[in-house]
Design a protein around this ligand. Structure first.
Ligand SMILES: Nc1nc2c(ncn2[C@@H]2O[C@H](COP(=O)(O)OP(=O)(O)OP(=O)(O)O)[C@@H](O)[C@H]2O)c(=O)[nH]1
Ligand SMILES: [Mg+2]
Length: 605
Protein backbone atom coordinates (compact mmCIF):
# COMPACT_ATOMS: atom_id res chain seq x y z
CA UNK A 1 0.00 0.00 0.00
CA UNK A 2 2.29 2.82 1.12
CA UNK A 3 5.76 3.28 -0.31
CA UNK A 4 8.77 3.64 1.93
CA UNK A 5 10.23 7.10 1.44
CA UNK A 6 13.57 6.43 3.09
CA UNK A 7 14.50 3.07 4.58
CA UNK A 8 17.42 4.53 6.55
CA UNK A 9 15.31 7.04 8.44
CA UNK A 10 13.20 6.72 11.59
CA UNK A 11 10.98 9.44 13.10
CA UNK A 12 10.02 8.81 16.69
CA UNK A 13 8.57 10.78 19.60
CA UNK A 14 9.12 10.13 23.30
CA UNK A 15 5.92 10.39 25.28
CA UNK A 16 5.10 9.82 28.95
CA UNK A 17 3.62 11.20 32.10
CA UNK A 18 5.50 14.10 33.68
CA UNK A 19 8.92 13.27 35.19
CA UNK A 20 9.10 9.68 34.01
CA UNK A 21 12.47 10.46 32.41
CA UNK A 22 11.94 11.39 28.74
CA UNK A 23 14.44 14.21 28.56
CA UNK A 24 17.02 12.22 30.53
CA UNK A 25 16.66 9.35 28.08
CA UNK A 26 17.01 11.61 25.03
CA UNK A 27 20.12 13.04 26.66
CA UNK A 28 21.59 9.58 26.97
CA UNK A 29 20.66 8.71 23.38
CA UNK A 30 22.42 11.87 22.22
CA UNK A 31 25.53 11.07 24.25
CA UNK A 32 25.78 7.50 23.07
CA UNK A 33 25.36 8.34 19.43
CA UNK A 34 28.42 10.56 19.63
CA UNK A 35 26.66 13.88 19.33
CA UNK A 36 28.88 15.46 21.93
CA UNK A 37 32.67 15.43 21.75
CA UNK A 38 34.19 13.37 24.53
CA UNK A 39 35.64 16.43 26.26
CA UNK A 40 32.54 18.56 25.73
CA UNK A 41 30.76 19.58 28.89
CA UNK A 42 27.06 19.30 28.41
CA UNK A 43 24.42 20.28 30.90
CA UNK A 44 22.23 17.50 32.22
CA UNK A 45 18.93 17.33 30.33
CA UNK A 46 20.50 19.47 27.62
CA UNK A 47 17.20 19.69 25.78
CA UNK A 48 15.44 21.54 28.55
CA UNK A 49 17.21 24.68 27.39
CA UNK A 50 14.53 27.27 28.12
CA UNK A 51 15.30 29.17 31.31
CA UNK A 52 12.00 28.22 32.93
CA UNK A 53 12.45 24.57 31.97
CA UNK A 54 15.80 24.44 33.71
CA UNK A 55 14.52 26.20 36.81
CA UNK A 56 11.52 23.95 37.18
CA UNK A 57 13.02 20.75 35.87
CA UNK A 58 10.15 20.21 33.46
CA UNK A 59 9.85 20.25 29.70
CA UNK A 60 7.47 22.90 28.38
CA UNK A 61 7.99 22.73 24.63
CA UNK A 62 8.49 19.74 22.35
CA UNK A 63 11.99 19.66 20.86
CA UNK A 64 13.53 17.96 17.89
CA UNK A 65 16.88 16.22 17.75
CA UNK A 66 18.46 13.80 15.36
CA UNK A 67 21.05 11.11 16.00
CA UNK A 68 22.87 8.61 13.87
CA UNK A 69 22.98 4.93 14.65
CA UNK A 70 24.93 2.68 12.29
CA UNK A 71 23.60 3.66 8.86
CA UNK A 72 20.37 5.07 10.24
CA UNK A 73 19.29 8.59 11.02
CA UNK A 74 16.80 8.79 13.85
CA UNK A 75 14.78 11.96 14.38
CA UNK A 76 13.75 11.99 18.03
CA UNK A 77 11.22 14.45 19.41
CA UNK A 78 11.15 15.01 23.16
CA UNK A 79 7.73 16.07 24.43
CA UNK A 80 6.48 17.58 27.69
CA UNK A 81 4.74 15.27 30.15
CA UNK A 82 2.68 17.80 32.05
CA UNK A 83 -1.00 17.69 31.14
CA UNK A 84 -1.17 21.43 30.50
CA UNK A 85 1.22 21.02 27.59
CA UNK A 86 -0.65 18.14 25.98
CA UNK A 87 -1.16 20.25 22.85
CA UNK A 88 2.58 20.04 22.19
CA UNK A 89 2.35 16.25 22.24
CA UNK A 90 -0.66 16.13 19.94
CA UNK A 91 1.00 18.15 17.23
CA UNK A 92 4.33 16.35 17.61
CA UNK A 93 2.61 13.07 16.84
CA UNK A 94 1.79 14.30 13.34
CA UNK A 95 5.52 14.30 12.53
CA UNK A 96 6.47 10.78 13.60
CA UNK A 97 5.90 7.14 12.67
CA UNK A 98 6.35 5.62 16.10
CA UNK A 99 6.56 6.43 19.80
CA UNK A 100 8.57 5.40 22.81
CA UNK A 101 6.05 5.20 25.63
CA UNK A 102 8.02 5.65 28.83
CA UNK A 103 6.61 4.45 32.13
CA UNK A 104 8.25 4.89 35.51
CA UNK A 105 9.05 1.44 36.96
CA UNK A 106 7.62 2.41 40.30
CA UNK A 107 4.82 4.87 39.55
CA UNK A 108 3.40 2.92 36.65
CA UNK A 109 0.96 4.44 34.15
CA UNK A 110 -0.52 7.75 35.34
CA UNK A 111 -3.19 10.02 33.79
CA UNK A 112 -0.91 11.62 31.23
CA UNK A 113 0.41 8.18 30.20
CA UNK A 114 -3.13 7.39 29.24
CA UNK A 115 -3.66 10.65 27.40
CA UNK A 116 -0.49 10.47 25.29
CA UNK A 117 -0.94 6.78 24.56
CA UNK A 118 -4.52 7.35 23.47
CA UNK A 119 -3.41 10.08 21.09
CA UNK A 120 -0.65 7.87 19.67
CA UNK A 121 -2.98 4.88 19.21
CA UNK A 122 -5.59 7.06 17.52
CA UNK A 123 -2.98 8.08 14.99
CA UNK A 124 -2.22 4.41 14.35
CA UNK A 125 1.34 4.69 15.63
CA UNK A 126 3.19 1.60 16.86
CA UNK A 127 4.59 2.08 20.36
CA UNK A 128 7.72 0.69 21.96
CA UNK A 129 7.22 0.45 25.72
CA UNK A 130 10.13 1.61 27.84
CA UNK A 131 9.95 0.83 31.55
CA UNK A 132 12.34 3.42 32.95
CA UNK A 133 13.97 4.02 36.34
CA UNK A 134 14.44 0.30 36.98
CA UNK A 135 17.19 1.29 39.39
CA UNK A 136 14.64 2.74 41.81
CA UNK A 137 14.50 1.05 45.20
CA UNK A 138 10.76 0.69 44.85
CA UNK A 139 10.79 -0.41 41.21
CA UNK A 140 8.14 -3.01 40.35
CA UNK A 141 8.82 -3.43 36.67
CA UNK A 142 6.84 -6.64 36.06
CA UNK A 143 3.73 -5.33 37.76
CA UNK A 144 4.03 -2.02 35.92
CA UNK A 145 4.28 -3.85 32.62
CA UNK A 146 1.04 -5.66 33.29
CA UNK A 147 -0.60 -2.33 34.15
CA UNK A 148 0.64 -1.09 30.78
CA UNK A 149 -1.00 -4.04 29.03
CA UNK A 150 -4.23 -3.28 30.86
CA UNK A 151 -4.02 0.29 29.68
CA UNK A 152 -3.54 -0.76 26.04
CA UNK A 153 -6.55 -3.06 26.27
CA UNK A 154 -8.60 -0.39 27.95
CA UNK A 155 -7.77 2.01 25.13
CA UNK A 156 -8.77 -0.52 22.45
CA UNK A 157 -5.31 -0.80 20.96
CA UNK A 158 -5.09 -2.82 17.74
CA UNK A 159 -3.30 -6.17 17.82
CA UNK A 160 -0.13 -4.88 16.19
CA UNK A 161 -0.07 -2.01 18.72
CA UNK A 162 -0.47 -4.36 21.70
CA UNK A 163 2.32 -6.49 20.33
CA UNK A 164 4.82 -3.90 21.50
CA UNK A 165 8.45 -4.64 22.31
CA UNK A 166 9.51 -3.85 25.88
CA UNK A 167 12.78 -2.32 27.02
CA UNK A 168 13.85 -1.76 30.60
CA UNK A 169 16.01 1.28 31.10
CA UNK A 170 17.95 3.32 33.55
CA UNK A 171 17.99 6.58 31.63
CA UNK A 172 20.26 8.22 34.13
CA UNK A 173 22.95 5.58 33.69
CA UNK A 174 22.19 5.24 29.98
CA UNK A 175 21.44 1.51 29.95
CA UNK A 176 18.72 -0.59 28.39
CA UNK A 177 17.94 -4.30 28.46
CA UNK A 178 15.21 -6.50 27.05
CA UNK A 179 15.33 -8.77 30.05
CA UNK A 180 14.65 -7.16 33.39
CA UNK A 181 16.84 -9.72 35.17
CA UNK A 182 19.90 -8.99 33.06
CA UNK A 183 21.42 -5.57 33.58
CA UNK A 184 22.02 -3.50 30.46
CA UNK A 185 25.35 -1.98 29.47
CA UNK A 186 24.34 0.80 27.12
CA UNK A 187 21.40 1.92 25.03
CA UNK A 188 22.10 -0.29 22.01
CA UNK A 189 19.10 -2.53 22.68
CA UNK A 190 16.89 0.56 22.54
CA UNK A 191 18.47 1.86 19.34
CA UNK A 192 18.02 -1.59 17.82
CA UNK A 193 14.38 -1.68 18.84
CA UNK A 194 13.75 1.73 17.26
CA UNK A 195 15.34 0.66 14.00
CA UNK A 196 13.50 -2.66 13.98
CA UNK A 197 10.04 -1.64 15.16
CA UNK A 198 9.40 1.95 14.13
CA UNK A 199 8.23 1.92 10.54
CA UNK A 200 10.40 3.86 8.12
CA UNK A 201 8.53 6.93 6.88
CA UNK A 202 6.18 6.32 4.00
CA UNK A 203 5.70 8.74 1.14
CA UNK A 204 6.78 9.26 -2.45
CA UNK A 205 9.51 11.53 -3.68
CA UNK A 206 7.98 11.76 -7.13
CA UNK A 207 4.69 13.13 -5.94
CA UNK A 208 4.05 16.88 -5.55
CA UNK A 209 5.43 18.46 -2.38
CA UNK A 210 3.41 18.17 0.83
CA UNK A 211 5.11 19.56 3.94
CA UNK A 212 2.99 19.89 7.08
CA UNK A 213 4.08 22.48 9.64
CA UNK A 214 3.79 20.89 13.08
CA UNK A 215 5.76 23.27 15.25
CA UNK A 216 7.31 26.72 15.31
CA UNK A 217 10.52 28.06 16.68
CA UNK A 218 12.22 31.38 16.35
CA UNK A 219 15.68 32.79 16.48
CA UNK A 220 16.83 36.37 16.76
CA UNK A 221 18.65 36.05 13.56
CA UNK A 222 16.36 33.94 11.40
CA UNK A 223 13.01 35.10 12.70
CA UNK A 224 10.21 32.60 12.59
CA UNK A 225 11.19 29.00 11.88
CA UNK A 226 8.64 26.43 10.75
CA UNK A 227 9.30 22.81 11.70
CA UNK A 228 7.53 20.16 9.71
CA UNK A 229 7.51 16.82 8.07
CA UNK A 230 7.62 16.19 4.35
CA UNK A 231 4.94 13.64 3.50
CA UNK A 232 5.50 13.58 -0.24
CA UNK A 233 7.79 15.12 -2.81
CA UNK A 234 11.06 16.96 -2.48
CA UNK A 235 12.01 20.53 -1.69
CA UNK A 236 15.04 22.49 -2.77
CA UNK A 237 16.29 25.92 -1.77
CA UNK A 238 15.05 28.35 -4.38
CA UNK A 239 11.87 26.38 -5.16
CA UNK A 240 8.63 28.27 -5.63
CA UNK A 241 6.00 26.86 -3.33
CA UNK A 242 2.62 27.82 -1.99
CA UNK A 243 1.54 27.90 1.62
CA UNK A 244 -1.99 26.55 2.03
CA UNK A 245 -3.17 28.77 4.89
CA UNK A 246 -5.58 27.62 7.58
CA UNK A 247 -8.25 30.02 6.33
CA UNK A 248 -8.22 28.42 2.88
CA UNK A 249 -6.11 31.12 1.30
CA UNK A 250 -2.95 30.27 -0.63
CA UNK A 251 0.25 32.29 -0.58
CA UNK A 252 2.99 32.00 -3.15
CA UNK A 253 6.50 32.16 -1.81
CA UNK A 254 10.00 30.83 -2.28
CA UNK A 255 12.08 28.52 -0.10
CA UNK A 256 15.10 30.51 0.98
CA UNK A 257 16.53 28.70 3.98
CA UNK A 258 16.26 25.02 4.74
CA UNK A 259 17.66 23.08 7.71
CA UNK A 260 17.64 19.63 9.20
CA UNK A 261 18.36 18.56 12.75
CA UNK A 262 21.72 17.15 13.72
CA UNK A 263 22.09 16.36 17.40
CA UNK A 264 20.84 19.46 19.17
CA UNK A 265 21.69 21.73 16.28
CA UNK A 266 20.08 22.86 13.06
CA UNK A 267 22.31 22.49 10.04
CA UNK A 268 21.83 24.12 6.66
CA UNK A 269 20.87 21.82 3.80
CA UNK A 270 19.91 22.57 0.23
CA UNK A 271 17.31 19.92 -0.36
CA UNK A 272 15.14 17.42 1.47
CA UNK A 273 12.66 14.72 0.55
CA UNK A 274 9.64 12.74 1.71
CA UNK A 275 10.10 11.38 5.22
CA UNK A 276 12.42 14.15 6.37
CA UNK A 277 11.73 16.48 9.27
CA UNK A 278 13.00 19.92 8.31
CA UNK A 279 13.00 23.56 9.34
CA UNK A 280 12.27 26.46 7.04
CA UNK A 281 13.07 30.09 7.74
CA UNK A 282 11.91 33.15 5.85
CA UNK A 283 8.19 32.32 5.73
CA UNK A 284 6.99 35.14 7.90
CA UNK A 285 3.43 34.50 8.89
CA UNK A 286 3.32 30.74 8.55
CA UNK A 287 1.63 28.90 11.41
CA UNK A 288 1.08 25.41 12.73
CA UNK A 289 -1.21 23.19 10.69
CA UNK A 290 -0.47 24.84 7.35
CA UNK A 291 0.87 22.88 4.40
CA UNK A 292 3.68 23.96 2.13
CA UNK A 293 2.86 22.47 -1.23
CA UNK A 294 3.55 22.48 -4.95
CA UNK A 295 2.12 25.50 -6.83
CA UNK A 296 0.91 23.36 -9.73
CA UNK A 297 -0.51 20.48 -7.70
CA UNK A 298 -1.76 21.90 -4.44
CA UNK A 299 -2.69 19.25 -1.92
CA UNK A 300 -3.04 20.61 1.62
CA UNK A 301 -3.10 18.16 4.51
CA UNK A 302 -6.18 18.52 6.75
CA UNK A 303 -5.34 20.69 9.77
CA UNK A 304 -4.36 19.11 13.07
CA UNK A 305 -7.19 18.98 15.55
CA UNK A 306 -6.15 19.81 19.10
CA UNK A 307 -8.25 19.29 22.26
CA UNK A 308 -10.09 22.43 23.32
CA UNK A 309 -8.75 24.46 26.27
CA UNK A 310 -10.85 24.48 29.44
CA UNK A 311 -9.46 27.07 31.85
CA UNK A 312 -9.49 30.84 31.40
CA UNK A 313 -8.02 33.85 33.12
CA UNK A 314 -8.56 37.52 32.46
CA UNK A 315 -5.30 39.34 31.75
CA UNK A 316 -5.56 43.07 32.23
CA UNK A 317 -3.49 46.21 32.22
CA UNK A 318 -1.98 46.77 35.64
CA UNK A 319 -4.16 49.36 37.38
CA UNK A 320 -2.50 49.34 40.78
CA UNK A 321 -1.10 52.59 42.20
CA UNK A 322 2.36 51.12 41.67
CA UNK A 323 1.90 50.24 38.02
CA UNK A 324 4.66 51.20 35.64
CA UNK A 325 7.36 51.30 38.31
CA UNK A 326 9.39 48.47 36.93
CA UNK A 327 7.79 47.15 33.76
CA UNK A 328 8.73 48.19 30.25
CA UNK A 329 5.49 47.07 28.57
CA UNK A 330 2.45 48.26 30.43
CA UNK A 331 -0.23 49.35 27.96
CA UNK A 332 -3.17 47.37 26.66
CA UNK A 333 -1.71 47.37 23.15
CA UNK A 334 1.57 45.95 24.53
CA UNK A 335 -0.45 43.22 26.18
CA UNK A 336 -2.48 42.41 23.08
CA UNK A 337 0.56 42.36 20.81
CA UNK A 338 2.34 39.97 23.12
CA UNK A 339 -0.65 37.63 23.27
CA UNK A 340 -1.03 37.77 19.49
CA UNK A 341 2.55 36.62 19.18
CA UNK A 342 1.89 33.82 21.64
CA UNK A 343 -1.05 32.58 19.60
CA UNK A 344 1.19 32.03 16.61
CA UNK A 345 3.34 29.40 18.27
CA UNK A 346 0.98 28.10 20.88
CA UNK A 347 -2.01 26.37 19.33
CA UNK A 348 -3.47 25.27 22.63
CA UNK A 349 -4.42 28.73 23.87
CA UNK A 350 -7.12 31.10 22.69
CA UNK A 351 -7.60 34.79 23.32
CA UNK A 352 -11.01 36.48 23.48
CA UNK A 353 -12.05 40.08 23.91
CA UNK A 354 -13.92 41.16 27.01
CA UNK A 355 -16.20 44.17 27.37
CA UNK A 356 -13.24 46.23 28.52
CA UNK A 357 -10.50 47.31 26.11
CA UNK A 358 -7.95 46.90 28.90
CA UNK A 359 -8.70 43.25 29.53
CA UNK A 360 -8.56 40.07 27.49
CA UNK A 361 -9.59 36.58 28.35
CA UNK A 362 -6.86 33.98 27.82
CA UNK A 363 -8.06 30.40 27.60
CA UNK A 364 -5.65 27.52 28.08
CA UNK A 365 -5.38 23.95 29.23
CA UNK A 366 -4.65 24.62 32.85
CA UNK A 367 -3.31 26.90 35.52
CA UNK A 368 0.27 25.81 34.95
CA UNK A 369 0.21 26.59 31.25
CA UNK A 370 -1.24 30.05 31.92
CA UNK A 371 1.12 30.79 34.77
CA UNK A 372 4.13 29.80 32.65
CA UNK A 373 2.93 32.27 30.02
CA UNK A 374 2.60 34.99 32.68
CA UNK A 375 6.04 34.16 34.06
CA UNK A 376 7.57 34.44 30.58
CA UNK A 377 5.85 37.78 30.05
CA UNK A 378 7.10 39.27 33.29
CA UNK A 379 10.64 38.21 32.47
CA UNK A 380 10.33 39.99 29.16
CA UNK A 381 9.39 43.20 31.00
CA UNK A 382 5.58 43.08 31.00
CA UNK A 383 3.28 44.22 33.76
CA UNK A 384 -0.22 42.88 34.09
CA UNK A 385 -2.92 41.86 36.52
CA UNK A 386 -4.78 38.58 36.33
CA UNK A 387 -7.98 37.17 37.74
CA UNK A 388 -8.70 33.91 39.45
CA UNK A 389 -8.87 31.03 36.91
CA UNK A 390 -12.34 30.21 35.65
CA UNK A 391 -13.51 27.19 33.79
CA UNK A 392 -15.01 27.22 30.33
CA UNK A 393 -18.62 26.03 30.24
CA UNK A 394 -20.78 24.78 27.39
CA UNK A 395 -24.41 25.66 26.90
CA UNK A 396 -26.28 22.60 25.68
CA UNK A 397 -30.01 21.98 25.18
CA UNK A 398 -30.36 20.46 28.67
CA UNK A 399 -28.52 23.28 30.49
CA UNK A 400 -24.87 23.97 31.28
CA UNK A 401 -22.00 21.53 31.04
CA UNK A 402 -18.62 21.85 32.66
CA UNK A 403 -15.25 20.11 32.22
CA UNK A 404 -14.53 17.19 34.49
CA UNK A 405 -11.14 15.69 35.28
CA UNK A 406 -9.80 12.35 36.22
CA UNK A 407 -7.74 12.83 39.38
CA UNK A 408 -5.15 10.37 40.67
CA UNK A 409 -3.71 10.88 44.10
CA UNK A 410 -0.93 9.04 45.85
CA UNK A 411 -0.69 9.64 49.60
CA UNK A 412 0.51 8.02 52.79
CA UNK A 413 -2.35 6.16 54.47
CA UNK A 414 -2.42 8.58 57.39
CA UNK A 415 -3.49 11.45 55.11
CA UNK A 416 -6.15 9.53 53.25
CA UNK A 417 -8.98 10.76 55.46
CA UNK A 418 -8.25 14.47 55.23
CA UNK A 419 -7.73 14.28 51.47
CA UNK A 420 -10.98 12.42 50.86
CA UNK A 421 -12.86 14.89 53.05
CA UNK A 422 -11.34 17.89 51.24
CA UNK A 423 -12.23 16.46 47.86
CA UNK A 424 -15.77 15.66 48.94
CA UNK A 425 -16.34 19.37 49.53
CA UNK A 426 -15.13 19.96 46.01
CA UNK A 427 -17.67 17.56 44.55
CA UNK A 428 -15.25 14.79 43.70
CA UNK A 429 -16.44 11.18 43.49
CA UNK A 430 -14.04 8.39 44.29
CA UNK A 431 -13.77 5.84 41.50
CA UNK A 432 -10.97 3.59 42.69
CA UNK A 433 -8.77 2.93 45.66
CA UNK A 434 -5.67 0.77 45.55
CA UNK A 435 -3.48 -0.03 48.50
CA UNK A 436 -0.13 -1.37 47.31
CA UNK A 437 0.65 -2.37 50.87
CA UNK A 438 3.61 -0.01 50.98
CA UNK A 439 2.03 2.42 53.41
CA UNK A 440 0.80 4.56 50.53
CA UNK A 441 -2.55 4.43 48.82
CA UNK A 442 -3.62 5.46 45.35
CA UNK A 443 -7.01 7.11 45.16
CA UNK A 444 -8.82 7.95 41.95
CA UNK A 445 -11.61 10.46 41.55
CA UNK A 446 -13.75 12.25 39.04
CA UNK A 447 -13.93 15.91 39.86
CA UNK A 448 -15.19 19.06 38.14
CA UNK A 449 -12.18 21.06 36.88
CA UNK A 450 -13.58 23.89 39.00
CA UNK A 451 -13.07 21.85 42.15
CA UNK A 452 -9.37 21.52 41.41
CA UNK A 453 -8.71 25.23 41.19
CA UNK A 454 -6.85 26.14 44.34
CA UNK A 455 -6.76 22.55 45.53
CA UNK A 456 -3.08 21.85 44.99
CA UNK A 457 -1.79 24.12 47.75
CA UNK A 458 -4.33 22.83 50.26
CA UNK A 459 -3.41 19.28 49.28
CA UNK A 460 0.29 19.90 49.81
CA UNK A 461 -0.40 21.42 53.22
CA UNK A 462 -2.72 18.56 54.17
CA UNK A 463 -0.16 15.91 53.20
CA UNK A 464 2.83 17.81 54.60
CA UNK A 465 4.21 18.12 51.10
CA UNK A 466 4.38 14.37 50.51
CA UNK A 467 1.26 13.83 48.41
CA UNK A 468 1.39 13.35 44.64
CA UNK A 469 -1.48 14.66 42.57
CA UNK A 470 -2.16 14.25 38.86
CA UNK A 471 -5.20 15.15 36.86
CA UNK A 472 -6.36 15.09 33.31
CA UNK A 473 -9.31 16.47 31.42
CA UNK A 474 -11.75 13.66 30.86
CA UNK A 475 -14.94 15.13 29.38
CA UNK A 476 -17.97 17.36 29.84
CA UNK A 477 -20.72 16.73 32.37
CA UNK A 478 -23.79 18.60 33.53
CA UNK A 479 -22.99 21.36 36.05
CA UNK A 480 -22.17 19.80 39.41
CA UNK A 481 -23.59 22.59 41.58
CA UNK A 482 -21.89 25.23 43.71
CA UNK A 483 -18.46 24.72 45.23
CA UNK A 484 -17.44 26.93 48.14
CA UNK A 485 -14.50 29.27 47.62
CA UNK A 486 -11.61 29.98 49.95
CA UNK A 487 -12.79 29.63 53.56
CA UNK A 488 -10.56 32.37 54.92
CA UNK A 489 -10.57 36.14 54.51
CA UNK A 490 -7.59 38.37 53.94
CA UNK A 491 -5.70 41.14 55.68
CA UNK A 492 -5.79 44.24 53.49
CA UNK A 493 -3.58 47.33 53.76
CA UNK A 494 -5.74 50.38 54.44
CA UNK A 495 -3.27 53.05 53.27
CA UNK A 496 -0.17 53.66 51.27
CA UNK A 497 3.16 53.32 53.06
CA UNK A 498 5.91 50.94 54.02
CA UNK A 499 5.19 47.94 56.21
CA UNK A 500 6.84 48.14 59.61
CA UNK A 501 8.03 45.26 61.74
CA UNK A 502 6.04 46.71 64.60
CA UNK A 503 2.75 46.60 62.70
CA UNK A 504 3.42 43.14 61.27
CA UNK A 505 4.31 41.85 64.70
CA UNK A 506 0.93 42.92 66.00
CA UNK A 507 -0.85 41.43 63.03
CA UNK A 508 0.82 38.07 62.86
CA UNK A 509 -1.45 36.59 65.49
CA UNK A 510 -4.45 37.41 63.28
CA UNK A 511 -3.35 35.24 60.44
CA UNK A 512 -0.47 34.53 58.12
CA UNK A 513 1.56 37.44 56.78
CA UNK A 514 2.77 37.46 53.15
CA UNK A 515 5.17 40.42 53.20
CA UNK A 516 8.43 41.47 54.81
CA UNK A 517 8.91 44.67 56.83
CA UNK A 518 9.89 47.48 54.48
CA UNK A 519 7.59 46.30 51.68
CA UNK A 520 5.81 49.18 49.97
CA UNK A 521 2.04 48.76 50.21
CA UNK A 522 -1.02 50.56 48.93
CA UNK A 523 -4.63 50.75 49.98
CA UNK A 524 -6.38 47.57 48.89
CA UNK A 525 -3.23 45.45 48.72
CA UNK A 526 -3.52 42.04 50.39
CA UNK A 527 -0.76 41.53 52.93
CA UNK A 528 -1.84 38.30 54.57
CA UNK A 529 -4.46 35.64 55.12
CA UNK A 530 -6.94 36.25 57.89
CA UNK A 531 -7.55 33.31 60.20
CA UNK A 532 -11.23 34.28 60.14
CA UNK A 533 -13.56 34.17 57.15
CA UNK A 534 -13.98 37.92 56.73
CA UNK A 535 -11.57 40.50 55.35
CA UNK A 536 -9.90 42.97 57.65
CA UNK A 537 -8.45 46.36 56.73
CA UNK A 538 -5.25 46.95 58.64
CA UNK A 539 -2.59 49.59 58.98
CA UNK A 540 0.69 47.84 58.25
CA UNK A 541 2.65 51.07 58.11
CA UNK A 542 2.01 51.89 61.75
CA UNK A 543 5.10 53.07 63.61
CA UNK A 544 5.73 52.42 67.24
CA UNK A 545 5.56 55.59 69.30
CA UNK A 546 9.22 56.15 69.93
CA UNK A 547 10.80 57.66 72.95
CA UNK A 548 13.85 59.79 72.24
CA UNK A 549 16.33 57.34 73.65
CA UNK A 550 16.09 54.44 71.24
CA UNK A 551 14.97 55.42 67.83
CA UNK A 552 16.64 53.53 65.03
CA UNK A 553 17.05 50.32 66.99
CA UNK A 554 13.48 50.28 68.24
CA UNK A 555 12.41 47.50 65.94
CA UNK A 556 15.36 45.25 66.49
CA UNK A 557 14.00 43.25 69.37
CA UNK A 558 10.86 42.20 67.51
CA UNK A 559 10.56 38.56 66.55
CA UNK A 560 8.68 38.09 63.34
CA UNK A 561 7.47 34.80 61.94
CA UNK A 562 9.00 34.55 58.44
CA UNK A 563 6.38 35.63 55.89
CA UNK A 564 4.69 33.12 53.62
CA UNK A 565 5.85 34.54 50.31
CA UNK A 566 3.52 33.28 47.58
CA UNK A 567 5.00 32.43 44.22
CA UNK A 568 3.02 33.10 41.07
CA UNK A 569 1.14 29.80 41.00
CA UNK A 570 0.34 29.96 44.69
CA UNK A 571 -0.89 33.53 44.32
CA UNK A 572 -3.14 32.58 41.40
CA UNK A 573 -4.54 29.64 43.35
CA UNK A 574 -5.09 31.75 46.43
CA UNK A 575 -7.13 34.68 45.14
CA UNK A 576 -10.89 34.84 45.16
CA UNK A 577 -13.28 36.34 42.61
CA UNK A 578 -13.01 39.84 44.04
CA UNK A 579 -9.22 39.79 44.04
CA UNK A 580 -6.39 40.02 41.51
CA UNK A 581 -2.74 39.16 41.22
CA UNK A 582 -0.54 42.03 40.10
CA UNK A 583 2.55 40.91 38.24
CA UNK A 584 5.53 43.07 37.36
CA UNK A 585 9.06 42.04 36.40
CA UNK A 586 10.18 42.47 40.00
CA UNK A 587 7.19 41.62 42.19
CA UNK A 588 4.01 39.68 42.63
CA UNK A 589 1.35 41.42 44.70
CA UNK A 590 -2.14 40.38 45.65
CA UNK A 591 -4.86 42.99 45.76
CA UNK A 592 -8.57 43.53 46.07
CA UNK A 593 -10.24 44.36 42.78
CA UNK A 594 -11.72 47.42 44.45
CA UNK A 595 -8.93 49.20 46.24
CA UNK A 596 -10.76 51.81 48.31
CA UNK A 597 -11.86 50.27 51.59
CA UNK A 598 -15.04 52.32 51.82
CA UNK A 599 -16.24 51.25 48.37
CA UNK A 600 -15.45 47.64 49.03
CA UNK A 601 -17.63 47.36 52.09
CA UNK A 602 -20.73 48.20 50.16
CA UNK A 603 -20.04 45.41 47.68
CA UNK A 604 -19.18 42.85 50.33
CA UNK A 605 -19.75 39.20 49.43
N1 LIG B 1 16.64 6.89 39.40
C1 LIG B 1 16.39 7.29 38.17
N2 LIG B 1 16.02 8.57 37.97
C2 LIG B 1 15.78 8.96 36.71
C3 LIG B 1 15.86 8.07 35.61
N3 LIG B 1 15.53 8.74 34.49
C4 LIG B 1 15.24 10.01 34.87
N4 LIG B 1 15.41 10.15 36.20
C5 LIG B 1 15.18 11.36 37.00
O1 LIG B 1 13.80 11.72 36.93
C6 LIG B 1 13.64 13.13 36.96
C7 LIG B 1 12.80 13.58 35.78
O2 LIG B 1 13.51 13.36 34.59
P1 LIG B 1 13.20 14.13 33.24
O3 LIG B 1 14.07 13.51 32.20
O4 LIG B 1 13.24 15.60 33.41
O5 LIG B 1 11.69 13.69 33.02
P2 LIG B 1 10.73 14.11 31.83
O6 LIG B 1 9.91 12.91 31.52
O7 LIG B 1 11.50 14.69 30.71
O8 LIG B 1 9.84 15.22 32.53
P3 LIG B 1 8.84 16.29 31.78
O9 LIG B 1 9.50 16.68 30.53
O10 LIG B 1 8.67 17.44 32.70
O11 LIG B 1 7.57 15.56 31.57
C8 LIG B 1 15.05 13.71 36.95
O12 LIG B 1 15.38 14.04 38.26
C9 LIG B 1 15.90 12.57 36.44
O13 LIG B 1 17.22 12.64 36.91
C10 LIG B 1 16.25 6.71 35.87
O14 LIG B 1 16.34 5.85 35.00
N5 LIG B 1 16.49 6.39 37.16
MG1 LIG C 1 11.30 16.44 29.81
Amino acid sequence: MSTVANSLLRNVAIIAHVDHGKTTLVDALLHQSGVFRSNERVAERALDNIELERERGITIMAKNTAVRYNDFTINIVDTPGHADFGGEVERTLTMVDGVLLLVDASEGPLPQTRFVLRKALERGLLPIVVVNKIDRQDARATEVLSEVYDLFIDLDAKDDQIDFPVLYTNAKAGTATTNVDEPGHDLRPLFDAIVAHVHPPSGERDKPLQLLVANLDSSDYLGRIAIGRIFNGTVQVGDSVVVAKLDGDVQRTRVTKLFKFDGLKRVVIDHAAAGDIVCLAGLNDITIGETITDPEHQSPIPPIHIDEPTVSMVFGVNTSPMSGTDGRYVTSSNLRDRLDRELVGNVSIRVEDTDSADQVKVIGRGELQLSILIEMMRREGYELQVSRPQIVTLTVPGGTEEPVEELVIDVAEEFQGVVIAGLGMRRATMTKMVNHGSGRVRLEFRIPTRGLIGFRSQFLTDTKGTGILNHLFSGWEPWHGPIAGRPSGVLVADRIGKATAFALYNLQERGEIFIEPGTAVYQGMIIGENARPDDMDVNVAKEKKLNNMRSSTAEEGIRLIPPRALNLEQAIEFIDEDELVEITPKTIRLRKRILAANQRRTTKR
